[in-house]
Design a binder for this molecule. Structure first.
Ligand SMILES: [Mg+2]
Length: 219
């Protein structure tokens, strides 16, 4: 019994711009020994693993566990190098709402295409990683629905609860579809890769520009 709120990361908690993917891109450049490994690859609303496989294929490589392990090491090094820079910043008033919600009885979790190690660096940078004890991440599945199912299972196991209400907060059409898939309500935020018009066409339960607009639902 209770309320479960899933957050997306990029374009929702973390401000999304051309700099967000720099550490990931650099790791792939190093792995493939090229300059612009990700040119022409749209990462929006996709899992890191899905993107990783597409980039390998584009450069004439196939997926292998060895390449995967090498990449993980390179990516970790890049994340460490960038952790004190400003490539990751808070999206609108995300920190405030997460801090407020963490002081309620509601449970918070993540559904993201981002690998957990990238998620940890990004969210630690803005001080909110500690509020998400469990989530679904890029390594948990190629597609968002798979990641969402893993996340929900983990949350149910952790809290031994089935929840009266589940919400997903995200910036893309895929977050809306994922909410429908889980039978959750969806709060769309207009700060990411889909426009207000595009989001409205999919009829989200709520549409917001800033998180303070939904405070009254939970606090
Ligand atoms: Mg997003």
């Amino acid at each position: 019994m209770g309320v479960l709120i899933f957050f997306d990361i990029n374009g929702t908690i973390i401000k999304r711009d051309e700099r967000t993917d720099i550490p990931y891109k650099k790791a792939l450049n190093l792995l493939l020994n090229v300059q612009n490994s990700m040119d022409g690859v749209d990462t929006s609303a996709r899992s890191d693993k899905d993107v990783f496989t597409e980039v390998l294929n584009k450069h004439g490589h196939s997926f292998s566990e060895q390449k995967w392990r090498t990449f993980v090491k390179l990516y970790n090094e890049q994340l460490e190098l960038f952790k004190d820079t400003d490539v990751w910043r808070e999206n609108v008033d995300a920190v405030k709402i997460i801090s407020k919600l963490s002081a309620t009885e509601h449970k918070l979790s993540l559904i993201t295409g981002e690998f957990s190690m990238g998620a940890k660096y990004k969210l630690e940078k803005i001080g909110v990683w500690k509020h998400f004890p469990v989530g679904g991440f890029g390594e948990d599945g190629f597609k968002r629905f798979d990641i969402a199912e893993v996340a929900l299972k983990r949350v149910k196991n952790l809290y031994n609860d089935t929840f009266d209400e589940i919400y997903i907060i995200g910036d893309t059409l895929l977050d809306i579809k994922t909410a429908r898939h889980l039978g959750a309500k969806v709060i769309s935020i207009t700060t990411g890769s889909n426009t207000r018009e595009e989001l409205l066409a999919e009829k989200p339960d709520y549409i917001i520009d800033r998180f303070e607009e939904i405070e009254h639902l939970f606090i």
